[in-house]
Design a protein around this ligand. Structure first.
Ligand SMILES: *[C@@H]1O[C@H](CO)[C@@H](O)[C@H](O)[C@H]1NC(C)=O
Ligand SMILES: *[C@@H]1O[C@H](CO)[C@@H](O)[C@H](O)[C@H]1NC(C)=O
Ligand SMILES: *[C@@H]1O[C@H](CO)[C@@H](O)[C@H](O)[C@H]1NC(C)=O
Ligand SMILES: *[C@@H]1O[C@H](CO)[C@@H](O)[C@H](O)[C@H]1NC(C)=O
Ligand SMILES: *[C@@H]1O[C@H](CO)[C@@H](O)[C@H](O)[C@H]1NC(C)=O
Ligand SMILES: *[C@@H]1O[C@H](CO)[C@@H](O)[C@H](O)[C@H]1NC(C)=O
Ligand SMILES: *[C@@H]1O[C@H](CO)[C@@H](O)[C@H](O)[C@H]1NC(C)=O
Ligand SMILES: *[C@@H]1O[C@H](CO)[C@@H](O)[C@H](O)[C@H]1NC(C)=O
Ligand SMILES: *[C@@H]1O[C@H](CO)[C@@H](O)[C@H](O)[C@H]1NC(C)=O
Length: 792
């Protein structure tokens, strides 16, 4: 029957939308719904179905106190795919409670208080794939077929210790069932065919507990229905102590079951012997024993004439043997062992297998003895090939034992001529011998968590897969020409190993090491590397590495782990940041060149400033300004007669000192009355700043006598004196300067900034020192006259 729905009108959609919003708003506090529209209201002390957004796809109401589901409690949620009501107090579910859940795929009603099951609940659940009804106190399944409308059901779990009766046709209609779990530990009545599905179910798990002992007839009827060559039958939670309890396994044999597993099972030597006899000649090829507690010592020889030609695999896990220390050597069990191809005894306190047993394992291809107590002492007899044992062994797993010598293991392995896979993980080898021998066939070696510190040439170069994870290795230097997969996770490598060592390597796992970086040249050394997992290392987020990682890694390899695991360790400021999110500035990336450029710019700028100052005589101007300011501050009226000690201050260049000292001074000072001249060399007060001295001297002199020569003009000192007197001349309208030209000076050669000198030379006459002797007396008298004039 198909139901056609009218498409929603616009108005209705809007109202619905508002409703959704309103509901989402109201109840978001109690139930959180995620972006996949899954609302988790687990463990919320709810007493009834809460309101959640109507578009919810999943609703987890487990571990609450809901007692009933009424007709309309779930009607808004027509999109639901998953509904979990595990561990509530459900007593009542309305017949039409699930009528709008056409899309429901998973329904969990386990551990509630449902006393009656109703087929009408399931009428509309056409899409349901998984149904769990375990742990409710209903006492019967039927009489009417309950699950008939669940046409797509794949997984069904039902039953409880309260279940008493199961009627025929219980699974009628379930044409797609793949998996069934049935709990019926106190079942009293079972009608033939009740658990027989339309086609064989792949996995059937039965928990019938003591019924095997108490009602073997009823158990037989159940086993008859579920035994089939295509069904993996698991019998759980059972105690098989006496030979009556194993009688019903006859049906398992008759049904042609090939795979049988016993889980959470307590058994005895007697029951096991009887079990083996009952199953004699069966087509059993797989037997599994998990969480088995054996009370006994392995005396099963009564069963020694049975036939298990098809038994191919024995899988034993978490075996607990009470009579462990008296346990027999299994020699009598040759009938059972000699056909085995695969044997696993995991976590079974095995410390040795005597050669007398191993020689029975002639066909063995796969032996898993992981999580046991094998030591260097007991591994020798256990792997003894003295009776031609293990010649077909391809896989050996001795992971998680107490082995200490890798050299010994290699020696023993050499005799296993077909050995291809060897798992030695979780032992304490600590060191490797320098040389080892291995079977030529070995391809896979697992040395994970074996506390190795250093690699030696011990390992066989024939390997295609090598797992050295969780050790203390730092250096890898052996060549493996065939290696395809290398696992170095959890070691202490600082660099990627050199690619040349592994010409065929396709996958490298090196997470949780101390890798600082990798680069183009590292990858180029690998010829065939495709996949890399290198997250959780101590990456140094340098600019080269960050940009290589962001832009170029994908060109070389595929990172199989999440890029979010690639995190910076240094520099400190970036510690913990995803490399992909790191942004480094140009300055950080080119630190040294940047500093160099900056310094050169500063030096060049300084140089330019210095040159400019020099060219423009800035310093000279500054000095001048300062002197000028000082001069201005002095009271101009202070030039009283008694202060004027000198007739003239002689300003001259050092170059012309000879003329001044030997000709000018004697000439002027020898007359009567003598002229008082002030010479810087002679009359300056020692220890005073020269500029002060000059200012002082000029102020104490009536006049300033300038001895002009080319040198005078270019000498800075002279310039200063000249300009200082300019100020006086200009400022006080005094005409106190007397110019003597020692040699002819072209006005053009006077620098432009001496515009005042130019002006003076233009505006007044100057005395020229004559070359000819006869004109000199005229010069002297002119000079004296100029010095004595009053208008200054
Ligand atoms: C819902 O939340 C609980 C804890 O409150 C958690 O144990 C459970 O796994 C969650 N269910 C799902 C489906 O995520
Ligand atoms: C539930 O089942 C019992 C018998 O197991 C029956 O007596 C009772 O009437 C049933 N209740 C309902 C509501 O169907
Ligand atoms: C049910 O099966 C048993 C054997 O398993 C048989 O003895 C009995 O007659 C069968 N009963 C019916 C009603 O088919
Ligand atoms: C194992 O089986 C016993 C009954 O033999 C049962 O009481 C116990 O709950 C089971 N344990 C588990 C973990 O299922
Ligand atoms: C079952 O066990 C009893 C005693 O424990 C023994 O007498 C009887 O022969 C056994 N039956 C079989 C079939 O082994
Ligand atoms: C090993 O087996 C024992 C029982 O024999 C069990 O208690 C223990 O949990 C098992 N260990 C593991 C790791 O499964
Ligand atoms: C060996 O046994 C360990 C522990 O039981 C398991 O994890 C590992 O996968 C096994 N190795 C092989 C190659 O099967
Ligand atoms: C090696 O052994 C460890 C521990 O038993 C296991 O986790 C790992 O998967 C194994 N490596 C391979 C490649 O199977
Ligand atoms: C690449 O990285 C390795 C370390 O992983 C380093 O030794 C090598 O100098 C680097 N090469 C270049 C070109 O940066």
């Amino acid at each position: 029957m198909t139901v056609r729905m009218r498409p929603l009108e616009a108005k209705e959609s809007i109202i619905l939308f508002i409703l959704i919003l309103a509901q989402g708003f109201d109840y978001s506090r109690t139930c959180s719904c995620d972006q996949q529209y899954f609302c988790n209201c687990s463990s919320d002390h709810l007493q009834q179905v809460p309101k959640v957004p109507a578009n919810a796809l999943g609703l987890d109401l487990s571990c609450n106190q809901i007692e009933s589901i009424d007709m309309n409690d779930l009607s808004p949620y027509s999109e639901l795919k998953t509904l979990n009501l595990h561990r509530n107090k459900l007593k009542f579910i309305h017949k039409e409670a699930f009528k709008s859940q056409h899309k429901l795929e998973v329904l969990d009603l386990s551990l509630n208080n449902l006393k009656n099951l109703s087929s009408s609940w399931f009428h509309e659940l056409n899409s349901l794939q998984q149904l769990n009804l375990v742990g409710n106190p209903y006492t019967t399944l039927g009489p009417a077929p309950i699950f008939q409308s669940l046409l797509n059901l794949r997984t069904l779990q039902f039953g409880s210790p309260s279940l008493r009766e199961v009627y025929k046709n219980g699974l009628d209609g379930l044409t797609h069932l793949d998996e069934m779990t049935f709990i019926g530990s106190y079942l009293r009545s079972y009608e033939n065919g009740s658990l027989k599905a339309a086609r064989p179910i792949e996995l059937v798990s039965l928990s019938l507990q003591s019924l095997f002992e108490n009602d073997p007839e009823l158990v037989s009827k159940v086993l008859q229905d579920v035994s089939h060559p295509k069904t993996l039958l698991t019998i759980r939670d059972v105690e098989l102590r006496t030979n009556t309890s194993t009688e019903s396994f006859k049906e398992v044999r008759e049904g042609g079951t090939k795979s049988l597993s016993l889980q959470n099972c307590t058994t005895t030597d007697e029951a096991l012997t009887s079990f083996l006899m009952v199953m004699d000649g069966s087509s059993l090829s797989y037997i599994g024993l998990e969480d088995v507690h054996l009370i006994g010592q392995g005396w099963w020889q009564k069963a020694s004439c049975t036939h298990y030609e098809n038994l191919h695999t024995a899988y034993i896990r978490n075996l607990d043997i009470q009579g462990f220390f008296e346990f027999s050597s299994m020699t009598q069990l040759g009938f059972l062992l000699e056909n085995l191809h695969k044997v696993s005894v995991i976590n079974g306190t095995v410390f040795v297998i005597p050669p007398i047993t191993t020689f029975l394992l002639k066909k063995l291809e796969y032996l898993d003895l992981s999580q046991n107590l094998l030591s260097d002492l007991t591994i020798v007899p256990t792997l003894s090939t003295s009776f031609g044992a293990y010649q077909n062994l391809i896989t050996l797993n001795v992971s998680q034992n107490v082995l200490k010598s890798l050299g010994l293991m290699s020696q023993l392995a050499t005799n296993l001529k077909s050995l291809t896979y060897l798992d030695l993980s979780h032992n304490s080898f600590i060191s490797m011998p320098e040389k080892c021998s291995w079977p030529a066939t070995l391809r896979f070696l697992n040395l994970s968590s074996t506390k190795l510190r250093k690699m030696t040439p011990c390992l066989p170069s024939s390997l295609t897969v090598l797992d050295l994870s969780e050790n203390d290795l730092k250096v890898f230097n052996q060549r493996f020409p065939q290696l395809v997969t290398l696992i170095l996770t959890g070691n202490r490598f600082i660099n990627l190993p050199q690619g040349e060592l592994f010409p065929r390597l396709q996958m490298l796992l090196i997470q949780r090491n101390a890798l600082r970086m990798f680069n183009r040249s590292d990858f180029k050394r690998f010829k065939n590397l495709q996949y890399l997992e290198a997250g959780d290392n101590n990456f140094v987020c340098s600019c080269e590495f960050v940009s290589f990682f962001k832009q170029d890694t994908d060109l070389f390899i595929t990172l199989r782990d999440s890029r979010r695991n690639y995190v910076c360790d240094t520099p400190f400021t970036l510690r913990g940041d995803d490399i992909d999110s790191v942004r480094l500035s140009v300055f950080e990336c080119y630190m040294i060149p940047a500093v160099l450029v900056l310094c050169s710019v500063i030096i060049i700028a300084l140089g330019l400033i210095v040159i400019t100052c020099h060219k423009l005589h800035v310093i000279w101007y500054l000095q001048m300004t300062k002197a000028w300011i000082q001069a201005k501050r002095k009271p101009a009226v202070g030039r009283l007669a008694e202060e004027l000690r000198y007739h003239a201050f002689v300003s001259y260049s050092q170059h012309d000192a000879e003329w001044v000292e030997e000709i000018l001074v004697p000439e002027l000072e020898s007359t009567h009355p003598p002229f008082a001249l002030c010479l810087h060399k002679r009359d300056f007060q020692p220890g005073r700043w020269i500029v002060d001295n000059i200012i002082n001297s000029i102020e104490k002199s009536h006049r300033t006598l300038f001895v002009l020569s080319e040198h005078f003009v270019t000498s800075e000192w002279c310039r200063y004196e000249l300009d200082f007197s300019h100020f006086r001349i200009v400022d006080e309208h005094n005409d106190c300067a007397v110019l003597v030209l020692l040699e002819p000076i072209k006005k053009e050669t006077i620098p432009k900034r001496f515009c005042k000198l130019r002006k003076i030379m233009n505006s007044r006459t100057y005395l020229e020192w004559p070359e000819e002797e006869e004109k000199r007396s005229e010069f002297w008298s002119n000079l004296r006259a100029a010095l004595q004039r009053d208008e200054c």
